[in-house]
Ligand binder design. Sequence first.
Ligand code: TXA
Ligand code: MG
Length: 320
Amino acid sequence: MSTETLLLAPDTTGFARAAELLRAGALVAMPTETVYGLAGDARNDRAVAEIFAAKGRPRFNPLIVHLPSLEAVEEIAVVSDAARAIAERFWPGPLTLVLPLRADSGLSELVTAGHDTVAIRLPAHPVARALLKAFGGPIAAPSANPSGKISPTTAQHVLDGLSGKIAAVLDGGPCEVGVESTILSLDPPALLRPGGIAAEELEAVLGAPLPIGGDASKPNAPGQLKSHYAPGAAVRLEAVQPRPDEIWIGFGADCAGADLNLSPAGDVTEAASNLFAMLREGDAMARRRGAATLAFAPIPETGLGRAINDRLRRAAAPRD
Ligand code: TXA
Ligand code: MG
């Protein structure tokens, strides 16, 4: 379906219009502190089906449900004591918890892809929170990009990928964290996706090393990873210097001459916030200069570096 995508300001009028669109089953992209999400009413089968259609996302890949409060979470999922302790420490924020789904959750089955668990997150971004309040129900929201492409961290990124396919975008400026939420399952704890909360922080609260679970348990060799976050150009990792005809994306002070630098100061948190925008910018440079490859300097595997390296390995993975 082709419609003109509205750009809404993050004010009372914009929130009311966005909430009205959600109630009508339409899709609205909203900023969160991680990336922009493609929001739809999580109780409405038609709206959720539209999310999958707009992204070209396989239906077996379940969505994250966004909620305003722990009370709202308890209406949808079973919250154990362990889950509550983590939730109280890290919510609202860039953490998603996978919890047992309640039989009377009221969610569309498409959201959970038929699983008996549900991924839930309480975003901290004031615009996402204002929309949750104005809408008054659970919001299903994957990242607001065509499936397999680079996640959006500005309203313009959303329009670049989904203009004409969604009703509106709430413009909240650039996302602060810049990589998607960390996904944690509990009983027993396992890291399903590294993201905006460093695994070290979770381990400090859990009091034990966090094993890797789910998809992330596949070996971290690019050949075994599914392609995602793919720019047009090829991606080369651990590039201590560029080869001729490469766009070099640096990290830290040792990358003089880099075309772009994720963080000249060598700060992984700053690098995460720049990652997706620089993937896009590097890709545009490559197109202009006829370069075939984006070469990324090594990023330390600590703090948000783990999420950055995860995304870069997927960006470098062979494409279908
Ligand atoms: O930061 C974020 O998490 C962003 C913002 C918009 O909230 N959302 C996001 O959604 O990254 P998406 O759809 O791009 O990624 C959701 C991930 C998928 O990898 C999916 O497989 C996983 O969450 N997921 C959803 N439900 C799950 C479940 N019940 N068990 C395990 N993984 C689940
Ligand atoms: Mg995504």
